[in-house]
Design a protein around this ligand. Structure first.
Ligand code: NAG
Ligand code: NAG
Ligand code: NAG
Ligand code: NAG
Ligand code: NAG
Ligand code: NAG
Ligand code: NAG
Length: 677
């Protein structure tokens, strides 16, 4: 399979390939024809990029133990992003000339070359000094290679996995039967002393399988029958009473009150709905130690019918003691050695025949020992070994120093770290980018594939595979390695600890606003930015983003609540300054009009304006020649598209479902490969 073949290990290496691809197009070459001096400079740029590219793998390996190398790599990362912007800008100008040539004279096919010879001296006059600076900066990086002892290492060949027919059934759980029965017994028992509801807390390490166990119990037939009223909510690290209440109401299929922003009215509603009912609520992953918050929350449940139960899963024993009686605490233990082995076998040995198995079993047993009976670790390392077929490769994993690294500042499980470091280089970037999603966030396939595509993380589509298929293969690879999970309704999500890993590897360039750990001096490097939209998102909320230089993704994460408002000042004054943006989503904001300056975002590939209140789009949006995806679904006021929409020659996906468009602009049919929804 193509993904597995794309070897090379550093994440930045995959990006460098993207940069080379930009210089490899015909249009790019044509621009410089007959400009000897400029051509030489471009050649020098390529040579320099190759020189740093050759030592990237070595640098990535050494960065954990050498902070100078780490700094070098980080600065280089930013520099390559800037180089990419420069080259993309040149390509965009070539694209502009091509489109305009076509549009200014629609009857004849005017050769793009004719226009490139008239390619404005002004434009190149502006770009070439920047390329020159870039070359000089790269010279500086090259000078450091020898002093830091960086070397060219030959890529290690990995065996290529034969495509498997099906994914492992992730639902099978090992070694939890006894635990399950005990907890179900606690649930089904009537409370002795006449209290209305009982809290049972399941306590255990991260990765031990608390949520999995709770799900097993929640889905059990006996439990289903016993509790007609049930809801599940993920609490996670940032405790938000309004969100929890809302999600409980949604889980109980109760329509939200009209004043759904008002915490008090939400809570009154919930409390009323639960009164006199026998309910089961699961509060998954509780972190909040504040007694006050718990006290306020539990009031909502007090009207329940006797025998109602609340399961709270948490890593923190102190929390368990705070919220329930000692006898209602269930401490989840590690799973037994045999169960570890069964779990491992199931995930690692699929597609391996008898002989292979025999050869690998002994090493496998030793590897399982290193996982310290933690199911998540076993599953992840098994997922990694699934694609490795030789004893040498298995030995490599067994003796890896990652198992014993103690200076692991992020506290990431060794098995997870290993799994990441063995990902092919493109997948590393795709995985790291998932850090934009907060814990427990469930995303749709399309959302992640668009995000990857807009950021050039996927390989270019080929003859027989479109971008969507490529995206699906990547998703599958990540699932096989247990780095992503798929829920029963087809949404994707990450285990908490895997989310921590994604955050750790993308720490410098991926930032979620709700995280508190923004390191000083880091802002300049942020490329991916996500946050929760609020009813009033003011200018101040985003002001710190002024300092970013490479912001490529701007992503509000919302579950489709509309009525959120974005500051006009932000929209008009700040947004157009994020010149590097590739992915922009303004979903569900009550926006009536986009500023013309949106057309300054020349690099934009993806624009989601769904569920906004736009009546028209500015005409100049048609000069976003790189735009591939434009989502305009459920724009209830949008009646027409800009006249020259046909200029958007890279547009391949347009979603206008649920928008009352009256007619399509002329020449839309010329857009090759445009698909609609
Ligand atoms: C196409 O026409 C527009 C105005 O009609 C002009 O501004 C632009 O420079 C022309 N483009 C080319 C490539 O001639
Ligand atoms: C377009 O090309 C045709 C044929 O070459 C020419 O007759 C016409 O004048 C051109 N139109 C414009 C607007 O340049
Ligand atoms: C430029 O355009 C003219 C027609 O306007 C054509 O005859 C000529 O071959 C073109 N030049 C190139 C290099 O394509
Ligand atoms: C239990 O719920 C009933 C209503 O269902 C309520 O009247 C009673 O006060 C509750 N008991 C406690 C201890 O809160
Ligand atoms: C675009 O916005 C809509 C409306 O909020 C949302 O449902 C959808 O998931 C978004 N699409 C992508 C691909 O992000
Ligand atoms: C259009 O799609 C087909 C197959 O889906 C592909 O072969 C072709 O290269 C695409 N063309 C463009 C311009 O993207
Ligand atoms: C970003 C992107 O897909 N750009 C493409 C736009 O279309 C031109 C030609 O049609 C391609 O060469 C670019 O790669």
């Amino acid at each position: 399979m193509a993904v597995a073949l794309a070897l090379g290990s550093s994440a930045l290496g995959a990006f460098l390939q993207v940069v080379f691809d930009r210089m490899a197009t015909k249009e790019f070459g044509n621009l410089f024809r007959g400009r000897k001096k400029d051509e030489e400079l471009v050649l020098k740029l390529k040579t320099n990029l190759r020189a740093v590219g050759a030592v990237l793998d070595d640098a990535e390996n050494k960065q954990t133990s050498n902070r100078y190398v780490k700094g070098w790599l980080e600065d280089l990362h930013d520099t390559i992003y800037e180089a990419d912007d420069l080259l993309d800008e040149i390509n965009t100008e070539a694209l502009r000339l091509k489109v305009e040539a076509k549009c200014n004279n629609s009857t004849t096919q005017v050769s793009a070359l004719n226009y490139s010879s008239s390619f404005s001296n002004d434009f190149l006059g502006k770009m070439m000094p920047q390329i020159e600076k870039m070359v000089a900066r790269l010279d500086w990086f090259i000078q450091q290679i020898n002093p830091m002892g960086l070397q060219v290492v030959a890529p290690k060949m990995q065996s290529c996995r034969t495509p498997s027919t099906s994914l492992v059934d992730e639902a099978t759980v090992y070694g939890r039967d006894a635990d399950k029965e005990k907890i179900i017994k606690m649930l089904l028992s009537e409370s002795a002393n006449g209290v209305n509801f009982t809290v049972i807390s399941v306590v255990g390490l991260g990765g031990i399988g608390k949520t999995t166990l709770a799900q097993l119990i929640y889905k059990d037939k006996r439990v289903q029958n016993h509790f007609p009223t049930k809801a599940w909510v993920c609490i996670s690290e940032d405790y938000d009473a309004a969100r929890i209440t809302k999600e409980l109401l949604e889980g109980l299929d109760i329509p939200l009150p009209d004043t759904s922003e008002n915490l008090n009215s939400l809570q009154v509603k919930l409390q009323l709905e639960l009164t006199g009912k026998k309910f089961l609520l699961v509060l998954d992953d509780y972190w909040n130690r504040a007694f006050n918050d718990w006290d306020k929350l539990r009031v909502l449940f007090k009207g329940g019918l006797q025998g109602s139960k609340i399961i709270v899963t948490t890593r923190d024993e102190k929390i368990a003691l705070m919220i329930c009686k000692k006898e209602s605490i269930y401490s989840l233990d590690l799973i037994a050695e045999e169960d570890c082995w069964s779990l491992f076998e199931k995930h690692a040995f699929e597609n391996k025949d008898g002989d292979q198995r025999l050869e690998l079993e002994d090493i496998g047993k030793k590897i399982v020992k290193k996982c310290a009976r933690l199911p998540l670790a076993v599953k992840t390392v098994a997922g990694l070994l699934r694609s490795k077929t030789t004893a040498e490769e298995w030995e490599d994993i067994l003796v890896s120093e990652v198992w014993t690294q103690t200076d692991n500042e992020d506290d990431i499980l060794p098995a997870l770290r290993l799994s990441y470091s063995h990902l092919p280089s493109r997948l590393k970037r795709c995985f790291a980018c998932c850090a934009v999603f907060h814990k427990d966030f469930e995303f749709r396939k399309e959302e992640i594939i668009h995000l990857w595509q807009a950021n050039d993380l996927l390989e270019p589509p080929g003859e027989n595979r479109g971008i969507e298929q490529i995206g699906e293969e990547y998703l599958r690879e990540l699932r096989l390695r247990s780095l992503l999970e798929q829920s029963t309704d087809g949404l994707f999500l990450m285990h908490d600890l895997v989310n921590d890993l994604a955050r750790a590897v993308s720490r410098r360039y991926c930032y979620r606003l709700e995280d508190t750990d923004l390191e000083h001096g880091k802002i300049g490097s942020i490329s991916y930015f996500s946050y929760h939209p609020c009813p009033r998102d003011t200018f101040n909320k985003f002001e710190f983003l002024r300092e970013t230089k490479n912001l490529r993704t701007f992503l509000p994460l919302s579950k489709g609540d509309d009525g959120n408002r974005l500051s006009q000042k932000f929209l008009h004054e700040m947004l157009p300054k994020f010149r590097s943006l590739r992915f922009l989503s303004l979903l569900s904001y009550a926006i009536f009009k986009l500023p013309d300056s949106i057309s300054d975002l020349k690099h934009l590939r993806f624009l989601n304006l769904s569920s906004t209140l736009l009546e028209t789009l500015p005409e100049c949006i048609c000069t976003l020649y790189n735009l591939q995806t434009l989502l305009l679904s459920d724009c209830k006021k949008l009646e027409e598209l800009p006249v020259s929409s046909a200029k958007l020659i890279n547009l391949s996906y347009l979603d206008i479902s649920g928008s009352p468009l009256k007619k399509m602009p002329l020449y839309m049919g010329r857009l090759r490969n445009l698909s609609f929804d």
